[in-house]
Ligand binder design. Sequence first.
Ligand code: DUC
Ligand code: ZN
Ligand code: ZN
Length: 465
Amino acid sequence: MTHDLLIKGARVVSASGTTHCEIGIKGGVIATLGHDLAGTEVIDATGLIALPGGIDNHVHISQPSGPGIVMADDFTSGTRAAACGGNTTVLPFCLPEDGQTLREAVAAYRAKAEGNCLTDVAFHLIVKETDPVTLGQDLPALIEAGYTSFKVFMTYQGLALSDRQILEVMSVAKTHGAMVMVHAENEDAIEFLRDRAERSGDTGPYHHATTRPVPVEREATHRAISLAEIAGVPLTIVHVSNGEATEEIMRARQRGLTVFAETCPQYITLTADDLDRDGFEGAKYVCSPPPRTRDEWDNIWRGIETGVFDLFSSDHCPFRFVDTAGKDAPGARQSFRNIPNGIPGVETRLPILFSEGVVKGRLSLDRFAALTATNHARLYGLYPRKGAIMVGADADIALWDPTLTKPIRQVDLHHGSDYTPWEGFEVTGWPVRTLLRGVTTMKDGAPVATPFGQHLSREAPDVLR
Ligand code: DUC
Ligand code: ZN
Ligand code: ZN
């Protein structure tokens, strides 16, 4: 067979192990893994590592963020940044605007993404209403149509669900076959601490962290797991930030429960002290759960190394810093309460984990692939089309130079935000070329294709099939 495209000379992290072989691509699909293949076009990847294109299953793009607040990325900039960071698929969350039904929200997101994406895209849902139409009609219909995962919040006024509501949502997931993802922080406890901090005049960005301490997350993690146990569903705890929440997940697994866990770059590289930077700089690091301590980095690393964490995602939730529609929102300098929550990270997730994990000897290449692509595909119904370099899968591939060393710098990034929390952070190992279905989307750090990303309809999560 003559392939359309051959990748030669790379060390290939394939579904069946890491080996030197050629990758033969035809019609956008991996047709052959072998030697001495024939191809019309050849990429010489000598000295590079071929990894599955990253799947980032936790990003926020064009998400409604409150009156006057605008998320820094639309689908054009968000997926361009993702591709430049070695990703080929992203899964943003679909949050209904007030008064919008879930089905209307999905249609609106699909329209915003259509024709603008440099990665493939699939959507998770956010369930913030539990009325009979949402739970009895919209959610079942959307699950049937391939939206097989949804997030519920235990924090944020207007988003947080009561325990009863979470159980009702889990019950729909059980009946119709979907994965529930939980943002685990105790809203009442946060509100109590926040009011107390404000009364004491502790209103700077740092107090975003002090009013969301570890027990707030640990308790909610335990409660979410208990609710899932009662409802009889598997669940995913997203953006886990600390050792005590990790222990709750380990204990649940020891009891035989099916609990998946996700962590993010901010929990192995940033600390609460970053929120205490001079002036208003700390606002750049405001995200939830907040970054913790260096000791917690070690706890999260132990969870990554021992397999507690299945997913390493960015939680890309970008706002501009010098912008009253972003971090400098009205009232933000008066109280941390008003600082939009979230940090940009879709372009830097993979280089940070590669550098801190693979290069520093904490992670094998296979485990890196699992944490950044394969597990995402399996858990969210995209496998085997996505998530692994294997015959029959889409030719979604990132070529990595494991020796390239350079600091992360805002000027080199492609997101819509005007800063990166990792400015100056030294990284060894960068993706130098990204291919989506065999077409190059990034070369040497720059986007190269016009958007051709597709919407992906998903199967049920592997664990439910
Ligand atoms: N949770 C997220 O998952 N992303 C941004 C903000 C938040 O609280
Ligand atoms: Zn969250
Ligand atoms: Zn998020």
